[in-house]
Design a protein. Sequence first.
Lengths: 551, 174
Amino acid sequence: MYRYDDFDRQLVLERTEQFREQVKRRLSGDITEDQFRPLRLMNGVYLQLHAYMLRVAVPYGTLRADQLRQLGYIARRYDKGYGHFTTRQNIQYNWPKLAEIPDALLDLAKVEMHAIQTSGNCIRNTTTDQYAGAAADEIEDPRPYCELIRQWSTFHPEFTYLPRKFKIAVTGSPNDRAAVKVHDIGLRMHQNDAGEVGFEVIVGGGLGRTPFVGKTVRDFIGKNDLFSYLEAILRVYNRFGRRDNKYKARIKILVHEIGVEEMQRLVEEEWAQIKDGSLRVDDAEIVHYIEQFAPPAFETLSDDDAEFERRKAENREFSNWVRSNVIAHKQPGYAIANVSLKPIGGIPGDATDTQMELVADLSEQYSFGDVRVTHEQNLVLPHVKKADLFSLWAELKNANLATANLGYVTDIISCPGLDYCALATARSIPLSQRISERFSDLDRQHDIGELKIKISGCINACGHHHVGHIGILGLDKRGKEFYQITLGGDASENAEIGKIAGAGFSEAEVVDAIESLVTKYLGIRETGERFIDTYRRVGMDPFKEVLYGDR
Amino acid sequence: MAIVKNDSVIDQEWVTLDAEADLPSGEENIIVPLARFKEERETLIGRNGGLGVQLNPGDVPEDLANDLDRLSIITVNFPAYTDGRGYSYARILRERLGFKGELRAIGDVLRDQILYMHRCGFDAYELKNDDDVSLTKVRAALKEMTVYYQPTGDGRATAASLRERRRAALKSAS
């Protein structure tokens, strides 16, 4: 894993000190709240409904054990004993005091962490496949490029006051687990005809009030040229992106309005002028970063472990967990273990201080001290010996972290909603809890199979409802919450924006509505079909009918 | 109001004209908006007295490509600090078009943006504070960070180049 050197360390310490001064100037009244706002936002400090909120960056979702332990400490010391993992693979704390935030940032800096650019109209935390470096289907580990993007984008002097926020995601696998097609820039690694590995560049995807699947502006950009190409896209966006209307300011609107061909022309024209400049990264430097993410010291093992098989045969609960939460690893004898932060009836993505500390300990014991945060708001121990899975599971289970529901109907993405968020129009957490309780039966969940429910508490779509197989959008109608259902969304390599099924449902009705959709699917699915497959085969009408009848 | 350049406060030696204002008959140093420069180019470059151009958001800095050696100053207006187009204009003027004159940030210029402006090629800042406060602010802003990841035209060594230098030194020492 990447370790800071003295340059990275110095930069974060200077930033921490700079923010301490800015907070001081704010508290003394030297700057107004209006002037302070962008400064705090660039440091991840939001003003929410009840309190300030601190969003800490987890670059490309990768954590070391000591970092996760420190996140637990910060939850206890500066918050109410918990944190919330987000769809940007970050963590946010809901109750810090402004005057104490500089100290919290200093505690983060001690473990090479920060809250830089987790908000504001700048380049946000770059996200990637949570199974990077472990997945059996990976072409190449995307993290070295993510780290290079992190550095290039951190305090970029030209791109810190963009028209709007800017999100980049990278996948190193053809099976896209990073939702790259719904990002401002999505990068998909693949091999060209010459056998070189590089990136397809997808621009202008996004959710929010105007969702778009991104469009390809370049089929292949080589690794050496990636950064000049990114700079060209950002410069075009910074110059020509709309600034007259905040809701039309994302790059997706620019791409939509001028068309992808014109976008391509502008980017290529800009790139031609800078491609041979100082942003070109040479092979030696790339190798240097690849080495930093070298695989851990795996043992040479047989892929079959008799003890593991015996445990599965003997213990149904364990085998259920393996079935849903354990994924194939590229190294024989190892597996990827997902730690669900979606206990039945729990708050999606929340973890307590002691849970974080426990997962940190377990990662040291079983996974080379490596932990990942997923954009679906779970944690991952990426490198676990199959022989250790049973002991790991037993310890997770004791801490209520072994819910066997990864990818199932209760593995819900949810934004914080009206319980915390100043922008929300409806609550999303209580609804996700109620759906989770309704489908709590594990056998039934397994029978239903993969079904991604995503809930947003407002049109800004932080809960990714547009790309949920079933998406739920919470709105407000004359002071009453109601929920609109979308169907057929997909965040994978087959990305699709879901379609609105029809009129919204009241809070009391919406869980029944979800249940009737699921029942319909179970009744009409063909062998092996997931909900999304059935939907694609039969279309909206059969589902609409169970929701609305003749209405 | 104060203008800070090269670690000191300088006098305002320029008169900025809008689209309509009459051209002064004498040898005053004037700055005109880009649109006016394009319309009255011949008259303006035929005058005695210094000439500068003001860029506003939405302007195309490349329009000045053939006239840069006639301009002593370009001011880039930030009507609101949140409008970051001027950062790109500055880099294009300095790094692509090779403008060597004064590049002055005007408008909503605040302490916490000055370092970014400097990195993009600005060398003068018009602040709304008095002389002493302005100078203190610019000085503080320019020294609070010492590590830079991005190569820009400002000449600061990037972390990557320093790392490379260090690796090379270690290699030759061994």
